[in-house]
Ligand binder design. Structure first.
Ligand code: MG
Length: 385
């Protein structure tokens, strides 16, 4: 029996994780859950999975949950989330808090020696060096939940970096893959949230439309697989059947395919090195019919070039890119900036940043806060024009 702690249990990944767990009650026990402010859903999850401890980031939401007199310890705030991440007796932490808020609890879980099923890519984008070296030091496994990285993880299967020519991450192209750069100027949040293949949270769906999500995944792959930047590439693949691939030096390519459903990579992270049966419907390639590929257009998707630039500059720059993007996406969702201002604000914030090495979590968090403030100014200034 493996004891799980799930950070972000009311989000898209969290809900899918609990669905996987509910199919394998003999293998997993939910020891703890953490969420943001969704009292109603967390209450339902407590009743169904009977964890010992839960935490809500929002303190007034935690108060409301306490009022329901459930047989569970209820914690609150950032400290509460961290307590859930480091709870004694927990074997694996599913890290699925959206955005930069996921960094500290994930890092604390690693320090506490918990294996990590990692969906919160921001932990590696912001502090890849710190997180990976801490994991190595503690002998902690970080198993990717992100579908692309799960694919690469499955394709690599212990192979040596010298044998690898390139890790190729696939990208669907998001909601606007058939629109021109001109047409992108006036798209609405509702249009951007209409992802063709994947059912995901709002932030990541917008990031898919700008391809920023793919850029963040490049950074994630860089740290997770210890791969040099020139060995990581991106290709557009609108059908989202090939979840990523690895090219080897002998000309062979190994890819991982399935119908697009996050229960696939979540199950694999939980069952690794084994596989559960019947996680997804069997892939019928004849029915899919056609798999197509294209080079990403960097004019249409400037976010992708920005992420390569951020990794090249190193230190705190990837963290700044991520923080600026969070603010810009929020502003776009609030209809305060047009779509193509998202990469512009990220770029302007990066230009204004003086890179430091980013060797401690405190330094990284300070850079993140700085970038959020700066990006916020660019959002405002843009509106005053
Ligand atoms: Mg992904």
């Amino acid at each position: 029996m493996r004891n799980l702690s799930i950070l972000g249990s009311t989000g898209s990944i969290g809900k899918n994780t609990l669905e996987v767990v509910s199919r394998h009650r003999d293998k997993f026990r939910v020891a703890a859950l953490a969420a943001g402010n969704n009292v109603e859903l967390l209450e339902a999850q407590i009743r169904e999975f009977q964890p010992d401890t839960v935490a809500l980031f929002d303190k007034s939401a935690a108060e409301r949950l306490r009022g329901k007199n459930l047989p569970v310890e209820i914690l609150a705030g950032e400290q509460g989330i961290t307590a859930v991440a480091t709870l004694e007796g927990v074997d694996m932490v599913v890290s699925a808090i959206v955005g930069s808020a996921g960094l500290v609890p994930t890092y604390e879980a690693i320090k506490a020696g918990k294996d990590i099923a990692l969906a919160t890519k921001e932990a590696l984008v912001m502090a890849g060096n710190i997180v990976m070296s801490e994991a190595a030091k503690r002998g902690v496994s970080i198993i990717p939940v992100d579908s692309e990285h799960s694919a690469v993880f499955q394709c690599l299967d212990g192979k040596r970096m010298e044998e690898i020519e390139k890790i190729v991450l696939t990208a669907s192209g998001g909601a606007f893959r058939n629109r021109s750069v001109q047409e992108l100027q006036n798209v609405t949040p509702a249009e951007a949230l209409n992802h063709p293949n994947w059912d995901m949270g709002k932030k990541i769906t917008i990031d898919s439309a700008t391809l920023m999500n793919k850029g963040l995944e490049v950074i994630e792959a860089y740290w997770l697989f210890n791969a040099p930047l020139d060995k990581i590439g991106v290709i557009l693949h609108p059908q989202s059947i090939i979840h990523s691939m690895v090219k080897f030096i002998d000309g062979s390519v190994i890819s991982q395919m399935s119908v697009p459903d996050m229960k696939g990579p979540i199950s694999y992270a939980l069952s690794y090195p084994e596989r559960f049966a019947h996680v997804l419907p069997s892939l019928d390639l004849a029915e899919v019919g056609e798999l197509t590929f294209d080079e990403p257009d960097l004019e249409k998707y400037p976010a992708l070039a920005l992420t390569f630039q951020a990794l090249n500059e190193g230190g705190t720059m990837p963290c700044v890119l991520n923080a600026a993007n969070e603010i810009a996406v929020e502003a776009f969702l609030g209809e305060r900036i047009p779509f193509m201002d998202i990469p512009r604000i990220v770029s302007d914030t990066m230009s204004a940043h003086e890179v430091t090495k980013g060797e401690t979590i405190e330094e990284v968090l300070a850079a993140s806060e700085w970038a959020k403030g700066k990006a916020g100014e660019f959002v405002k200034n843009g509106n005053e024009k």
